[in-house]
Design a protein around this ligand. Structure first.
Ligand code: BGC
Length: 790
């Protein structure tokens, strides 16, 4: 089908130009916008990450359409990795053809931000609708002024659909304007794919590792310009270009809309055919329908996730930015993929999946989109086989998950890295960072508690809990002191390798063993017949849970009763004290500044380790224990990982240290938005963004998920007069408003049935759906909940 045919059949004229114009107008409400004015070449890489658009299936960096000297476009498909056995970094997320590459050529001269004068240039990320806008006025070397408004989206309602729109105006001249769509920037950073093009059908097919990816692009123009005037195949099949040109009249604006469809062989038997059919369908539907459905999908997600801070607009926007990237990263419909440390926004960590997903990101989905949380856990279920093989390879039982995981679940951590001084240093995390197995078990339990989804536990979650418990039971060794020890591990603090009895690892392992035993008891009671089948499938005998409990009770935790401190690992307290605090402002990471050996011998910590256990298992110890550990470890933490500041914000808030909580909150919110770690170029930090959300919800609002509902423990930091957010619990949505002064909590429950809302150490109420309840603080105490009318 020729493009002319489809544009005529598209019905684009029927919705009325005004509808389209309305949908294509950049929004102006600053509380929903991330805006970058001007063009600073050296900031391009981080801007491309920050402004990326994604839908959990496809992600696209925000490189300028026509490219620049430093542009590094990146289009990624979840779960599509290239595994080159010769590569030092192991399997890597494949870089796909850049569907958004579009050049504007005015009377034969390519418009570029780097030649002539930039009169206006602005990039706008519309968080509310998940649309990337660009407004650009450029004066070329001949004085011609061209204005372009460009839009890009990756649909949230139809994950295979993408859209690019361009409105180009000849402001002060008449002349020939040509648009060239060219996916040739494909593979700039990654030479391992294969590109073929079918010129007639404008389909690009790539072989990325073992996956075939097909992209089909259509076009609708308004008013119709010559479509296409010419189609140059280029000198080889790897430069498929597409041209549109027209004689532009003074002041005239021409619109070009390019719907694009992507399919991969992961979900389609013939991705080329599926992509071609889908793009024809998109053309039929027209742009208005595509944008409207996409916007409606975003609006549904926001209604379950929008968190507002009154009194601190910076924090408010940072949290929206965080939620935007979290919503964009998940695909609840695909349980064979997870979310990498940088989502689908960049190449850092080769798209690998870490504990970041379960410990940092998962709670966001749990309370805003549980189907996405379930899909992420199912990915771990589907990769259980690989985890069993890893455990076996090291001589253990059960499941030891990969520290860095890709589509297969096999260990993907690079074995070595190049140090700044040119030396090759071994990377031991893949062999030693075992806490990941307990982290995944922890997430399974949280999901069960928040959703009550017994079916998931019977089909999958129980298997994960049991197999990880089995791993710990074989990993921990009873020693002559009568205690169980876990030796030679790396905890969250990666500055110290091959340590014994890391408190985080041991306490999480203990928790994993106990919860697996609890799950066995509960499932046997709640679902006896199915549980018998599950236990038989796992060859679990009745005595095994007893063994887990015994080992759990015998595990050393490093707790020193006299001080209330957990020793981060055996021998930690005897290490050298170094001044970490005054080095934190410097741009050189502490371990590089001190050198590997000195860091290893010091008490300097890369990231929250004991402090992370405080956050995860807060209710297991009295407040005084948390206070002692935070006071001890916080000044020794270098925050060399982006995951660290948000957890510190959370714990500081719970300890009522509002100033410090806010300081860490800001530090965390600036990791991407201000690139304060200098590495946002590799993609946004999904764990840090989710950590920011956790700091607000679990720290400032003090939310806990309970068996019967939710509990709150408000600690609003200075300046925050109100925090409002929805929280989903077992199919009900609690819309919460926590006010600072006078202190007051209001909750409205949506859905069906009831749930318990409680203030920690205060009153509780059974809140019924459709009703609204209020509790106010009177002096030091919270008053009884009363029903309030809306
Ligand atoms: C951190 C890990 C984290 C990884 C990916 C590392 O620098 O130490 O805890 O999982 O980055 O974000």
């Amino acid at each position: 089908m020729s493009e002319k045919d489809t544009s005529q059949r598209s019905g684009e004229s029927s919705p009325g130009l005004s509808d389209v114009d309305f949908l294509l107008t950049p929004p102006r409400d600053p509380s929903w916008l991330i805006v970058e004015d001007g063009f600073t070449l050296v900031r391009e890489h981080e801007i491309e990450s920050i402004f990326a658009v994604a839908n959990g299936y496809i992600g696209a960096r925000a490189a300028v359409e026509e490219g620049s000297r430093l542009s590094q476009p990146g289009v990624f498909a979840a779960g599509v990795y290239i595994d080159d056995p010769n590569s030092l970094v192991g399997p890597a997320l494949a870089t796909l053809p850049d569907w958004s590459r579009l050049e504007i050529i005015v009377d034969g001269q390519r418009l570029s931000l780097e030649s002539g004068r930039v009169l206006e240039h602005r990039r706008i990320l519309d968080l509310r609708r998940g649309i990337l806008w660009r407004e650009w006025r450029q004066q070329d070397l001949c004085g011609r002024i061209t204005r372009a408004v460009l839009l890009r989206l990756v649909s949230l309602s139809d994950r295979h659909a993408l859209l690019q729109s361009a409105a180009v105006t000849a402001e002060n001249y008449s002349g020939q304007i040509e648009l060239v769509a060219d996916a040739a920037s494909f593979d700039r950073g990654n030479k391992r794919g294969r590109l073929t093009a079918d010129s007639e059908a404008t389909i690009i097919t790539v072989l990325a590792g073992k996956t075939v990816v097909a992209m089909a692009a259509g076009a609708i123009s308004r008013p119709n310009c010559e479509l296409p005037r010419s189609f140059r195949k280029g000198s080889s099949v790897d430069r498929p270009e597409k041209h549109w040109s027209w004689e532009a009249r003074l002041g005239e604006t021409v619109h070009l809309h390019r719907p694009v469809a992507i399919y991969t062989s992961r979900e389609a038997a013939d991705p080329g055919v599926s992509a071609q059919r889908h793009v024809a369908y998109l053309q039929e539907q027209g742009m208005t329908a595509l944008i409207a459905a996409h916007s409606a999908a975003w609006s549904r997600r926001w209604s379950a996730a929008d968190l507002r801070i009154v009194g601190d607009s910076k924090a408010d926007l940072a949290l929206r930015f965080a939620a935007y990237h979290l919503i964009a990263a998940a695909n609840p419909a695909d349980e064979h993929v997870s979310i990498g440390a940088r989502g689908l926004t960049g190449r850092a960590y080769q798209g690998h999946v870490f504990w970041d997903t379960e410990i940092y990101m998962l709670p966001f989905y749990l309370l805003t989109e549980p189907t996405a949380a379930r899909a992420l856990l199912m990915y771990r279920y589907h990769t259980l086989g690989a985890a069993r093989r890893k455990a076996e390879a090291y001589g253990y039982r059960g499941a030891l998950y990969a520290w860095e995981s890709t589509d297969t679940g096999a260990e993907a951590t690079p074995r070595a890295a190049l140090a700044p001084d040119g030396r090759i240093v071994p990377i031991l995390t893949g062999a030693q960072e075992h806490h990941i197995s307990a982290d995944i078990a922890y997430a399974v339990w949280q999901y069960w508690r928040a959703t009550g989804d017994d079916g998931f536990m019977i089909d999958a979650g129980g298997d994960i809990l049991i197999e990880t418990a089995r791993f710990w039971a074989s990993r921990a060794r009873m020693e002559p002191d009568g205690r169980a020890h876990i030796r030679a591990v790396i905890g969250p603090d990666e500055y110290h390798e091959t340590v014994d009895d890391n408190a985080y690892t041991n306490i999480m392992a203990r928790w994993n063993l106990d919860r697996a035993a609890d799950a066995a008891t509960r499932l046997a009671r709640k679902r006896p017949a199915e549980w018998r089948r599950q236990a038989a499938r796992l060859a679990l005998d009745d005595d095994e849970p007893m063994t887990w409990r015994r080992i759990a009770a015998a595990l050393v935790t490093g707790f020193h009763p006299a001080t209330g401190l957990f020793e981060q690992f055996e021998g930690y307290f005897a290490l050298d004290d170094v001044d970490v605090v005054s080095r934190r402002e410097g741009s050189t990471p502490l371990d590089l500044y001190l050198g590997r050996e000195k860091t290893r011998r010091s008490k300097a910590i890369k990231q929250a380790d004991v402090v992370a256990i405080c956050a995860l298992l807060w209710d297991e110890w009295p407040r005084a224990v948390h206070a002692a550990n935070f006071a001890y470890y916080e000044p020794r933490t270098a925050h060399g990982s982006s995951l660290s500041p948000a957890i510190h914000a959370l714990v500081a808030a719970r300890l009522d240290d509002g100033e410090r909580a806010l300081k860490y909150f800001r530090q965390s919110s600036e990791i991407d938005l201000a690139d304060n770690m200098g590495n946002a170029a590799g993609g946004v930090h999904m764990g840090a963004l989710a950590g920011l959300w956790q700091a607000a919800v679990f720290g400032m609002a003090g939310l806990r998920i309970r068996e019967d509902g939710i509990a709150l423990d408000p600690h609003l930091p200075p300046g925050w007069s109100e925090i409002c957010f929805p929280a989903l619990w077992r199919g009900r949505t609690a819309r919460l408003t926590l006010e600072a002064d006078p202190a007051r909590i209001e909750v409205e429950v949506e859905g069906v049935g009831e749930m318990t809302i409680r203030v920690i150490d205060g009153p509780s109420c059974r809140a019924r759906a459709g009703r609204c309840y209020v509790s106010s603080r009177q002096g030091a105490r919270w008053g009884a909940w009363r029903e309030a009318c809306r």
